[in-house]
Design a protein around this ligand. Structure first.
Ligand SMILES: NC(=O)c1ccc[n+]([C@@H]2O[C@H](COP(=O)([O-])OP(=O)(O)OC[C@H]3O[C@@H](n4cnc5c(N)ncnc54)[C@H](OP(=O)(O)O)[C@@H]3O)[C@@H](O)[C@H]2O)c1
Length: 307
């Protein structure tokens, strides 16, 4: 009840509630973070809520309080809904600094799992960039740092391992965002041990199902799924299409939830990180982490819609 009251206090501008009206029947259980699905990070067994938040483009704003206000509501909505993971990068313009400024509000830092990236060549440049991330994120411990787009992977992973041993970062990983890099990700995973791999996977881009996701399941590697809406492009495919009756079987009240539930139904997926600048979309995305996930037959129906 306390969590629910806090959620409502933090996110109830009248306009926001009006925008949420279609979701209200399900909001009561979304407000209670306890119903949000969690999955284990295989390397430690720590549980991670399956819905996270990306920050590419959406958090690349100034540090002016007017620019920060809606994004603070996004992060409060995430945390009050029981989620924790925020994914950012030093190469996302101002997004990492904005993430740090928001995490410093209220008691948010302690409630978040902060993931960032390193995109440098050479150990010294990597270390400089990571030290700047600590400063920009205003934290002395970063939960996860990932080698961004496999840049200088072996050198940067060696550095990340050192920082992990020193207790400055908790997990290490690698990322990419296009199908044509999946074989490179597989080669890197076969060579170096990591806790996480971040990759693109969605109902519109299913290449990861062939080898990458099964490899992660077999080798105990946590997966973070980026571009779940293909940067928002997948919404064009369902523009003006009403939600079919079968979406109700899943408890889905929006196409975004259908797309996220499709991803979460893959057993190798640990969490998904849709980006948004809007609190009402954050609430919508959180709802996908509640209730039922599609079975094989329901997944086929979703694929047909987006074919
Ligand atoms: N190489 C890498 O490591 C890599 C590459 C790509 C992405 N990523 C990570 O993955 C995150 C997600 O990928 P992405 O940002 O490319 O794209 P995405 O999450 O597939 O799509 C983001 C877009 O979807 C819209 N959206 C979000 N929730 C919605 C909802 N419920 N209803 C309707 N529209 C909704 C957002 O609109 P609004 O802007 O209006 O809120 C935004 O424009 C990134 O932010 C980043 O953290 C990492």
């Amino acid at each position: 009840m306390h969590t629910r009251r806090r959620f409502i206090q933090h996110s109830t501008a009248a306009a926001t509630l009006a925008a949420l009206a279609p979701l209200l029947p399900t909001l009561s259980w979304a407000a209670d973070g306890s119903g949000l699905l969690r999955r284990k990070i295989p390397s430690t067994g720590e549980e991670l809520p399956v819905i996270g938040l990306g920050t590419s483009r959406t958090f690349d704003v100034s540090l002016d309080p007017n620019d920060l206000a809606p994004l603070l509501e996004v992060v409060r909505t995430l945390a009050n809904g029981g989620a924790t993971l925020v994914d950012t990068a030093p190469s996302y313009g101002n997004a990492e600094r904005v993430t740090g400024a928001l995490a410093a509000q209220d008691d948010l830092r302690a409630r978040l799992f902060l993931a960032s990236k390193v995109s440098s060549t050479g150990r010294e440049a990597g270390l400089r960039q990571i030290e700047a991330s600590f400063k920009d994120l205003k934290t002395d411990k970063i939960d996860l740092i990932q080698v961004h787009n496999l840049q200088d992977t072996s050198t940067q992973l060696a550095l990340l391992r050192e920082l992990k041993e020193q207790g400055r970062i908790r997990y290490i990983g690698i990322t990419h965002y296009i199908d044509s890099a999946h074989d490179d990700l597989l080669r890197a995973l076969a060579k170096d041990k990591v806790d996480f791999v971040q990759l693109n996977y969605s109902v519109g881009a299913r290449n990861a199902e062939k080898r990458l996701l099964p490899f992660c399941a077999d080798h105990g590697i946590a997966t973070l799924i980026n571009r779940p809406f293909q940067r928002g492009e997948l919404f064009a495919k369902v523009k003006d299409k009403p939600l079919p009756g079968w979406a109700q079987e899943l408890g889905a009240t929006s196409w975004a939830q259908v797309m996220l539930k499709f991803i979460l139904a893959h057993p190798a997926v640990t969490a998904v990180i849709p980006a948004t600048s809007k609190p009402r979309y954050m609430t919508d995305n959180l709802l996908a982490g509640h209730g039922q996930l599609p079975d094989a037959r329901q997944r086929e129906r979703i694929i047909e819609v987006f074919a």
